[in-house]
Structure formats: structure tokens, C-alpha cells
Write a protein that binds this ligand. Structure first.
Ligand SMILES: O=c1ccn([C@@H]2O[C@H](COP(=O)(O)O)[C@@H](O)[C@H]2O)c(=O)[nH]1
Length: 285
């Protein structure tokens, strides 16, 4: 089964909500947990438990575990393993990207079956060129995994870079990533029968995508490109705006939210996830 097929099945079964696992120091404190690897592990496991049967996708933010060093990585391994064992799709938000030969090792870390950090998908940065990620796209395909390539990120500082024009095509950097990913998905075998490709993009829900040169009204040719869309909740985007923001891309949108849900606290998190999951399905459009 490809990652695109798995994602489609999760959408049908559990909806489009993705819960971020971001153990900020202040959230750990609010949850009565220590700002340590142990606190991050406990927090992550509680979020997994709260998401079970309420949301189908989790997105651990790797940096918040990495800040605790090797113990933080051990905590992350456990959280990822528990989530996947519970049948929840895990997107590791690692934002890795390097020259091809090094990128291969990043791909193996997050996508190789049996790797300690094995996830279902990983976020990758194409700052060294989309082509530098090729080995990870190939590994993802061979292992039934997914990749989300940063295209138009939700932070305001990114616009200058991501709206710049690429010399050969005159497309913006953001539109160029979306086109490159769509092309990759469309060139895979059996893609004409697939609903979703296995490689997606990150498009912030805080953005007007037209300003990034992305035409949201263009109907996709071939499998739909999955869109990991952070920016809901704390960063201000509203679930009811999903259709207006993403247009024809909406069927592949993963509505991602971290602080907005996590700040419900350890006693409120399960209800907060359940309510948001319902809202996403009712208002996504
Ligand atoms: O463009 C991007 C890419 C990734 N992120 C990550 O998503 C979450 C958002 O957290 P909230 O608390 O819901 O704001 C966080 O892990 C970011 O690193 C993003 O925000 N924007």
C-alpha cells in the first residue's frame, strides 16, 4: 500500500485532523510535567492516548525532543512507536534537507522500515533544490512512506524567499515545489488509479496562496497532492476557511494544529481533539 493510499484510508476513517505533538516548556509546565526528556515522553504518550479513536494523524515536532539530546530522541522513538502501534499515521516534522548523499541518511533515519525513528512520513526542506531530495522520495516510494516538501510555509518571514521566481520557469519557488511534487506523483506507476500521491507539500493555512503564485482553482491532473497545512488554531487560521484557502486542493488537506489543542491541558486534551475533529469534518467544505 502506498502512503497516498494509507492517507486516503485515514481521511475516510478518521477525518483530516492532524494533532501536533509539540512539548513546549510552557505546555509541559501547564500539564504538570517536567521540562525534560521524561516530561516530553510522558506528554507525547498522553497525546497519543487522547488521539486514539479521535484523530488519525499525529505530527511530532522533532525539535522539542531533540533539545533534550539522546534522551529526547529515545522519548521520541517511544512516542512514534506507540502512535504507529495504535494505527495512527505519524508525520515526523523534522524539516531535513541536504546534498543528495547526506540526504540519503536523513531519509533512512525517518523512513526506512526498522529504523528506530521509523515514521509514516517526514517533512523535508528543498532549500538545496528539490532534486537533492530524490533519494528520500525513492526510499519513500519503495517503503510505502510519505514525504511533505516545504513549499509555502506559515511563517511571515518566508514570503520573500518563497515568492521569488525560479529562473527557468518563472514560477515562484512555492509554485515550483507544488508543480515538481505533482509531476513526481504523476510519473509513478499505477498513478492513474490513485486518489492521492505519496509526496505532498507544506502550505501554511495562514497564507493567501495566490500571493505565492499558487492557483488553488486548478483541478489536479493525476493523483491529488497531499497538503500538510499548519497554521490552524494558535497561528490564527480557522477551520471554516479551509475551502476558501485551499480550493481544489481541499480534498488532500491535512488540518494540522498543535498549541491550540495542546493548551487544553492533560484533562481537556481528549475532548478538545474530539471536538476539533468533528469541526474539521463539518466545516472543511
Ligand atoms: O509552515 C509551517 C511548517 C511547519 N510548522 C510546524 O507546525 C506546528 C504548528 O504549531 P501551532 O502550535 O499549531 O502553531 C509547529 O510544530 C511548527 O513547527 C508550521 O507552523 N508552519
Amino acid at each position: 500500500m502506498t502512503f497516498g493510499d494509507k492517507l486516503g484510508a485515514v481521511f475516510d476513517r478518521s477525518g483530516h485532523l492532524c494533532v501536533g505533538i509539540d512539548p513546549h516548556a510552557w505546555i509541559l509546565d501547564q500539564w504538570g510535567l517536567e521540562d525534560s526528556a521524561e516530561g516530553a515522553r510522558e506528554f507525547g504518550l498522553r497525546v497519543v492516548e487522547a488521539a486514539w479513536n479521535r484523530a488519525g494523524i499525529l505530527k511530532p515536532q522533532v525539535s522539542f525532543f531533540e533539545r533534550h539530546g539522546s534522551a529526547g530522541y529515545a522519548a521520541l522513538e517511544r512516542v512514534i512507536a506507540e502512535a504507529r502501534a495504535a494505527g495512527i499515521l505519524v508525520i515526523a516534522d523534522a524539516k531535513r534537507g541536504d546534498i543528495g548523499s547526506t540526504q540519503q541518511a536523513y531519509g533512512e533515519a525517518w523512513l526506512r522500515p526498522g529504523s528506530p525513528l521509523e515514521s509514516d512520513a517526514v517533512t523535508l526542506s528543498p532549500y538545496l533544490g528539490l532534486g537533492s531530495l530524490q533519494s528520500s522520495l525513492e526510499l519513500a516510494e519503495a517503503a510505502g512512506k510519505g514525504v511533505f516538501v516545504l513549499a509555502a510555509t506559515s511563517n511571515p518571514e518566508a514570503a520573500g524567499l518563497q515568492t521569488a521566481r525560479v529562473a527557468e520557469t518563472e514560477r515562484t519557488v512555492a509554485a515550483s515545489m507544488l508543480a515538481g511534487v505533482a509531476q513526481w506523483n504523476g510519473s509513478r506507476k499505477d498513478q492513474s488509479e490513485r486518489r492521492f500521491g505519496s509526496v505532498g507539500v507544506v502550505l501554511g493555512a495562514t497564507l493567501e496562496l495566490a500571493k505565492f503564485g499558487i492557483n488553488i482553482n486548478e483541478e489536479p491532473v493525476g493523483p491529488a497532492v497531499p497538503v500538510l497545512a499548519p497554521g490552524f488554531g494558535h497561528q490564527g487560521a480557522e477551520v471554516s476557511e479551509t475551502r476558501r484557502l485551499f480550493g481544489a486542493l481541499t480534498p488532500g488537506v491535512i488540518v494540522s494544529e498543535s498549541r491550540g489543542l495542546l493548551s487544553a491541558g492533560r484533562d481537556g486534551i481528549a475532548d478538545a481533539i474530539a471536538r476539533r475533529a468533528e469541526e474539521v469534518e463539518a466545516k472543511r467544505g
